[in-house]
Design a binder for this molecule. Structure first.
Ligand SMILES: NC(=O)c1ccc[n+]([C@@H]2O[C@H](COP(=O)([O-])OP(=O)(O)OC[C@H]3O[C@@H](n4cnc5c(N)ncnc54)[C@H](OP(=O)(O)O)[C@@H]3O)[C@@H](O)[C@H]2O)c1
Length: 291
């Protein structure tokens, strides 16, 4: 059995990976208490103890706005740590699977982003994630970097859970309608990751950067409207206070970190190389809500 090390224990994607990767190997899962990515010595010590064949790094500093005031910590976790993981993977010829983000782009493109498009992060978080990608590629260990977008699931901090909470409390919500993306269920990211791991076998020639996001696109306003609409349809007996969801421009909702206006990724490369295609965001949303 392969030894698989998952980092990010309580995180949205890591949580789902613990289920989907279980049948593919002996899984060890670390949270920040067992392995602090801001502590290089601890990373080396813990990874050497486990001696993994595959490292799946689903841990990151993901507080996009807070990152603007904590750039050093953000860089240590998102940029330096992936480089250390890559060095360890290189030494033992382990496969490193790492997640990245559409925030490496500035969102000015008017069509879906390709892996080869020019990066230009708008904030500290995006810049740190880009530096993490580059650190891994520079070491050139066996690796797959999967860029995803607008992740949600049934745990953790995410837009879906925030909207459901607010819709129960408030009669009106104002939601940004001029930022476009593909809301992507953490479960479908984990399932696709496992599909790829199963295909890779012992191939250690793998090197690649791939987009991996749900099919289709919407705005935050469109996503919020679907969440409330689908929830009401599925659970007519459960009360939601919300009456109006009003569209607003991002300029009316200022945040410390600027977000890309276009977060839509082109997923053709991962389909061509691995046959992986995530369902439409709307379909995944209904599947999650039905559970
Ligand atoms: N969320 C999104 O919308 C989104 C979009 C695009 C890409 N991504 C990328 O997808 C990946 C997973 O995101 P997610 O949404 O699943 O993350 P998440 O739910 O925010 O969880 C992040 C995990 O990282 C761990 N972590 C934070 N600091 C750490 C440290 N110093 N040492 C070790 N672990 C630490 C946290 O552990 P503790 O709870 O123990 O601190 C947490 O479990 C990340 O690479 C992220 O950049 C996310």
């Amino acid at each position: 059995m392969k030894k698989i090390l998952i980092l990010g224990k309580q995180g949205q994607i890591a949580w789902e990976l613990q289920v989907t990767l279980a049948s593919l190997g002996n899984v060890t899962v670390f949270g920040s208490q067992e392995l602090d990515l801001a502590n290089p010595d601890q990373i080396r010590e813990q990874v050497r103890q486990v001696q993994p064949d595959i490292i799946v790094n689903a841990a990151a500093y993901t507080a996009v706005d807070k990152a603007e005031t904590e750039p050093e910590l953000c860089a240590a976790i998102n940029a330096t740590a992936p480089g250390i993981l890559a060095e360890l993977a290189q030494k033992s010829q382990a496969l490193l699977i790492h997640y990245s983000t559409d925030y490496v782009f500035d969102g000015s493109k008017t069509s879906p982003y390709l892996e080869t498009d020019l990066t230009n992060p708008l904030g500290i978080y995006g810049a740190s994630k880009l530096a993490g990608e580059q650190a891994i590629m520079q070491v050139d260990c066996p690796h797959l970097i999967l860029r995803t977008t607008w992740v949600y699931g049934n745990r953790g901090k995410n837009f879906l859970l925030t909207i459901l909470r607010l819709a129960a409390e408030k009669s009106e919500l104002k939601i940004v309608s001029d930022q476009i993306g593909a809301p992507t269920w953490s479960r479908s990211i984990a399932e696709a990751t496992s599909q790829i791991v199963a295909q890779c076998g012992d191939d250690r020639s793998l090197r690649g950067l791939y987009n991996l996001s749900a099919a289709g696109k919407t705005s935050w306003h469109g996503f919020a409207s679907q969440i409330v609409g689908q929830y009401r349809e599925l659970y007519p007996d459960r009360h939601l206070s919300i009456q109006n969801i009003l569209p607003i421009p991002a300029s009316d909702y200022p945040t410390p970190a600027q977000r890309p206006a276009n977060s839509v990724l082109d997923n053709s490369k991962i389909l061509a190389d691995f046959g992986v295609q995530l369902p439409d965001w709307n379909l995944s949303l209904s599947q999650l809500l039905a559970r």
